[in-house]
Write a protein that binds this ligand. Sequence first.
Ligand code: ADP
Ligand code: MG
Length: 685
Amino acid sequence: MKVTQLNGVGPALTSKLEKLGLYTVQDLLFHLPSRYQDRTRLVPLHALRPKSACLIEGQITSCSLQRGRRVSLHVSISNNGVTLGLRFMHFHANQAKSFSTGRNIRCFGEIRPGPQGLEMVHPEYVLFDDEPPALADRLTPIYPTTEGLSLTRMGQLISLAWQQLEQGSITLKELLPRQLITQYQLPSLEQSLKQLHYPSLNQDLNQLQTQVTPAKLRLVLEELIAHQLTLSRAKQQSQQLAALAFLVKQGLEQALIKNLPFQLTNAQQRVWQEISDDLGTPMPMVRMVQGDVGSGKTVLAALAACRAIDNGCQVAVLAPTEILAEQHLHSFSQWFEPLDIHVVWLTGKQKAQKKRQSLATIASGEGQVIVGTHALFQEAVHYQHLGLVIIDEQHRFGVAQRHSLVKKAPPGSGLHQLVMTATPIPRTLAMSAYGDLDHSVIDELPPGRKPINSVLLNNIRRADVIERIHQACNSGQQVYWICPLIEASEVLQCEAAQDTAALLIQQLDNINVGLVHGRLSGAEKAEVMAGFKAGKIQLLVATTVVEVGVDVPNANLMVIDNAERLGLAQLHQLRGRVGRGQAQSHCLFMYQAPLSAMGRERLDILRQSNDGFVIAEKDLQLRGPGEVLGTRQAGTIGLRVADLMRDAHLLPAVKVIAEGYTPYPEKTAQLILRWIGNNQAFAKI
Ligand code: ADP
Ligand code: MG
């Protein structure tokens, strides 16, 4: 039953619902609250806690404009001798007038520490003179919505959907195995959904949000199984068509190894063996290689490329950013030129004529290794005989994007995929986020690397830091200075890379300062990076564009400004740009005081550990999976009731249960449709 069959649902509303992946009445029933609010009771002003959202009431005692960085409206209210401030940044003149002293106000909002004690910023409110408005009689579910679709409207739609269910116009099919239901004593699907949409009266908010009741467990299991099934389907689809089994030939591969100035580490050899085994069979490889920053993943990619070329195939090397792609172009060209392998460059920013040239060489098969960005899987690109795809920093790409590249294989043929990532993904997350990939881990760094010495520094010590840079540069070393944002933002107080560079140029005589940020053109960036690589630029001021892939062993000091603003994984990636040479390296994490307790704890983790896996696990505990994987990936996971941290212990069981669905493709499809839907990146592949 389509949503359009509900009363009052026209084309405008339909398209908003579609944005949320809601097409049918049944979809509405599975659109679950992301959280709840308690509007059933008033919280006395003396009992307010920062960061909690609550309902309060009081009498207006004053209303005034306050000047700060911008004008805001400040309303004081009081109740039983306790006062609280309300603050409005955006307001109309009429609104300001309506807050007259003596009137009563009821507000719902989040309590935050303000300049003058606790306050509520932009609460929802009603003014009243005599009769107070009624309290809610149950917890208020908060549904994910989209622009132009109010929470109230969403609530109404969901009750309409319930009516249809109760009238029997739609039914909910049982898709879980009977044995599972008995084993966990799960309630019916209808009961379970009802409890989440309409929590029973007086249920405790905290319990509801954190506890996994049998009703919730049922839904969590369904969702995790659906997720697992999607991943297995993705894997099946990428392995549906046979790929070319690459034979081991004593050609390029041996030559490459012979030319390397180093020996592969044991971990590299082991992972190469795993890759090599995969490549030798007609079953397409779908393997992810995880390895900490600097563990030497690129050379494995190069070896795999040699194997493919030895077997007459082309290789596409995909990177998420121009800088990283550039870096690969550099490494690959250096290794491949002596072997007479033709490397081609293809990015979106390339000039039309150059691009045409690249496209022609790719189509003719003359180009053997094609390095580039997203441009690699655009429609205009025709490969003569693509046999292997190498994707660096997988977490920047969705599953769907990866598959659009796989479609570039010769008709009727599969493709080997090698994915590399330096973002160490804790096991539980890897199982869920990348369940469609086989995994290899490079758990060893090349010999001779000295652990980076990391220090936390208050921003007020800038002068000392600048002096230290002076000394380092004068003694022939190179330095990175990282600024998290490109322009100074008043609110975030981040340093602008431009301003910082200007300032550093002023303060550092005779030091060559370069600047690189995302707004430079590809050619401009390349020029600066080449200058740094060649040692002409001594101090490189950069935004986080240098996060991945940049390799300048002579740089052994890094300063990261406003480190408290960045995620731990990102800081670890950045820091991995130093510590690549023989000299002892240092990383200075500068922060803007005051640092919150959580902020200090996070930065301390970095100070104490150089191990990406340890850092990722801790980050996961502190911030949750969405943040750790980055928004893009979190979007593709998009869990509604399950919580990967809380429910991690269920994953092994879920994997087994999902395997039991193999004989039931119909049920599998229905479960995926129910939980993942049609419109998600996953389902399209
Ligand atoms: P990442 O895994 O971060 O992509 P890279 O592949 O860029 O790391 O390698 C980092 C540096 O280590 C490069 O300069 C590379 O040439 C070097 N390297 C790779 N493997 C070895 C090894 N086995 N011994 C010594 N140096 C190595
Ligand atoms: Mg790399």
